[in-house]
Design a binder for this molecule. Structure first.
Ligand SMILES: *Cc1c(COP(=O)(O)O)cnc(C)c1O
Length: 434
């Protein structure tokens, strides 16, 4: 499969290059040259396929012969090696729980697939590869776990001191081995700016093979289609009509993967982009006016994005035509007050604990179903409630149980190197580490 740059369609690369480079010239996103349809037989008989086979069928055309099929099968099997159940919340709304992976965030799946592909591609690299990533919380943990203990790869994570939750911090700092956590005296923007400087610094690039684990990487974006196939497989056990699918959205990579799967043949009645107060896309769907804004902080902080970078891929999927897009996707914006009320209500009424991101999705889908009676659907549960204990415990007035895997992690020691938001300090660390 070839991938072209959405900012310069002359630039075409294979899957390997797209995975290693992350993005193209002028920071353009890569996009697959064709969208291979699912076989009808495959979709109709989804329930007869194992999860691993479904994941392999989903990904194989995007990888082509660049990874031998036996190895790709192993990669996808390892990527989804935890349960991904579709659970009933009430008669009309189900939830696909994507948060049973190593860092309790749905990003584990994309990061897990990407890290395994990168490590395959870079196996015979002479130089040690350094994955450099800035995080505001969730991405860093998922990336760290994806690369943990892989030979020939170091991961250096920059995170803002005192600005990640206790669970997130342990996920970044307690692994050790090939994972290095730099605690930066500054903000997430400072971390990101340091990382960008490192990528453009000649001395560092001469001595180190640097690569990014950016969320727009095709190897992180495309495997997210698997969620939707695994959801449908379970949906069909009790339902016969196509589902309305509601996705808590920030950078719009996840929902974009769902729409891609749909255009390849996965049945879906409708898609809902559930946003918090950062409402650029719901506004666009109302006005046809795409106006990026500065992001505002909310309870569902992984969706605090004012200029969603994957939306260009959604536009491309619809050939940049507004009406077909609008007929397939609705947008809702849910504020923090409504998010809290939703967590409380769903807990009291349905005895289900939503995290703030999933609550935004639940509330959006509930509104849509009210406006469109007779339909049913599911939300994607993107984070475990224990990752956001303050907001959730406040809303349900009950302590939440910490899963066993986290108990062990919380007992581990935090190991970091503290640096100032000063490029020379990062540079010294990177060169000395090598
Ligand atoms: C990253 C994230 C999202 C948003 O996903 P996008 O693909 O960026 O739209 C939603 N919920 C949680 C918990 C996340 O970590």
């Amino acid at each position: 499969m070839q991938y072209y740059n959405l900012k310069d369609s002359q630039e075409k690369v294979d899957f390997r290059t797209a995975t290693i480079k992350g993005q193209g010239k002028n920071k353009g996103l890569f996009f697959p040259e064709n969208l291979p349809s699912f076989n009808d037989e495959f979709i109709q008989n989804l329930q007869q396929y194992s999860d691993e086979e479904i994941a392999y069928q989903c990904m194989k055309d995007f990888v082509g012969d660049e990874i031998p099929s036996e190895i790709l099968k192993k990669i996808v099997a390892e990527t989804i090696s935890f349960e991904i159940p579709l659970k009933k919340i009430n008669d009309d709304i189900l939830v696909l729980e994507l948060f049973h992976g190593p860092t309790l965030a749905f990003k584990d799946i994309g990061a897990g697939f990407m890290s395994r592909c990168l490590s395959y591609f870079l196996e015979n690299q002479q130089k040690k590869v350094t994955v450099l990533v800035a995080t505001s919380g969730d991405t860093g943990g998922a990336v760290a776990h994806g690369f943990y203990d892989l030979p020939g790869i170091d991961v250096v994570i920059l995170y803002p001191k005192n600005r990640v939750s206790p669970v997130q911090e342990k996920q970044l700092t307690a692994l050790g081995k090939n994972i290095y956590a730099l605690e930066v005296n500054g903000s997430f923007d400072d971390c990101q700016s340091l990382v960008k400087q490192a990528f453009s610094n000649e001395e560092i690039n001469n001595q180190l093979f640097l690569t990014s684990a950016n969320s727009i990487n095709v190897a992180r974006w495309l495997p997210q289609q698997i969620y939707y196939l695994l959801a449908l497989k379970q949906w069909l056990k009790t339902e016969n009509k196509a589902p309305v699918i509601c996705v808590p959205s920030g950078n719009f990579g996840n929902i974009c993967a769902g729409i891609l799967a749909h255009l390849r043949g996965l049945p879906a009645e409708h898609f809902i982009a559930a946003c918090n107060a950062n409402d650029v896309i719901p506004e666009y769907l109302k006005t046809q006016n795409l106006k990026p804004k500065k992001s505002v902080a909310t309870l569902s902080n992984a969706m605090d994005v004012g200029d969603p970078s994957n939306f260009v891929r959604i536009l491309e999927l619809f050939n940049k035509e507004f009406n077909p897009l609008k007929n397939k996707i609705s947008g809702y914006s849910i504020d923090d007050q409504k998010t809290k009320e939703t967590i409380t209500e769903v807990y009291n009424r349905d005895h289900y604990i939503l995290d703030p991101h999933s609550a935004v999705a639940f509330s959006s889908l509930e509104q849509y179903l009210k406006e469109n009676p007779g339909k049913k659907g599911f939300i994607l549960g993107t984070a475990h409630p224990v990752k956001f204990p303050d907001a959730v415990q406040n809303a349900i007035k009950t302590e939440i149980e910490i899963p066993q895997s986290l108990n062990a992690l919380m007992k581990k020691e935090k190991k970091t190197v503290e640096i100032n938001a000063d490029f020379e300090e990062l540079k010294r660390f990177l060169l000395d580490k090598n």
